[in-house]
Design a protein around this ligand. Structure first.
Ligand code: PGA
Length: 249
């Protein structure tokens, strides 16, 4: 079975106490599956609780939802890579569409965050995705490839396999609409080709995200171009998420 990655983005939800309760229920309902890696991205305040509560499971890793590129300093409200690491994270989402479009994060900033994570030995999950008007204007590839190049601007070809890319069309996030499996596969293929063009091996894992649920996950994961899923809403219920991570396994 080819390796698959299941990532849960809990956004601004799930307290430390709820994290411990989720972990208890989820770990009771699942066992590690060969070749499957599970990542949880809780709010920064719940990273420590998640690292402790999931600590016993070798297939689970914890990440931050965002990091600052500076290791320390006067950046009120921000979380540096060393702070996230110290709490138990070994990776982070970078450039999630809510960071880009709600908080105004720029392409250039995503590149600096990717670099800071790699320098600390952490895994960046670089998120890219087009808005509805960009898709309708036929600009999907142009937008996601621009975001990809900016995120990888400071990354050497030899480091590229150490990243994860997540394709999340903005219009599909939290809306109940999602790209067809074929549409997603096409964009993943373009992203992979661009990584190869930049000198990478093209083996970089590429996840799909945006209204993934139990009903559509299998179809997406059946695409050889789709190496896993990044899931918000459907990752919040421990039993539902246990079913999704066990799908087809
Ligand atoms: P969703 O969120 O699964 O709720 O659409 C995905 C994400 O934003 O990562």
């Amino acid at each position: 079975m080819r390796p698959l990655l299941f990532a849960a983005n809990w956004k601004m939800q799930v307290t430390p106490e709820e994290t411990r309760r989720f972990a208890g229920q989820f770990l009771g309902a699942t066992a590690p599956v060969e070749g499957r890696a599970l990542w949880f991205f809780p709010s920064a305040v719940s990273i420590g609780a998640a690292a402790e509560a999931f600590g016993t499971r070798s297939d689970v890793r914890i990440g931050a939802q965002d990091v600052h590129w500076e290791p320390k300093g006067a950046y009120t409200g921000a979380t540096s890579v060393p702070l996230a690491r110290g709490a138990g994270a070994s990776g982070a989402l970078v450039g999630h569409s809510e960071r880009r479009h709600v908080f105004g994060e720029t392409d250039e900033e995503t590149g600096k965050k990717v670099r800071a994570l790699l320098d600390a030995g952490c895994t960046p999950f670089l998120c890219v995705g087009e808005k509805l008007e960009e898709r309708e204007a036929g600009k999907t590839e142009e937008v996601v490839l621009r975001q990809l190049r900016a995120g990888l601007a400071g990354v050497s070809p030899g480091e590229m396999d150490g990243l994860v890319v997540a394709y999340e069309p903005v219009w599909a996030i939290g809306t109940g609409r999602n790209a067809t499996a074929e549409d997603a596969a096409r964009v993943h293929m373009a992203l992979r080709a661009e990584v190869s063009r930049l000198g990478g091996t093209g083996r970089i894992p590429i996840l799909y995200g945006g209204s993934v649920n139990l009903g559509n996950a299998l179809g997406l994961l059946a695409q050889p171009q789709v190496d896993g899923v990044l899931v918000g809403g459907a990752s919040l219920d421990p039993d539902g998420w246990a079913e999704i991570v066990g799908i087809g396994g």
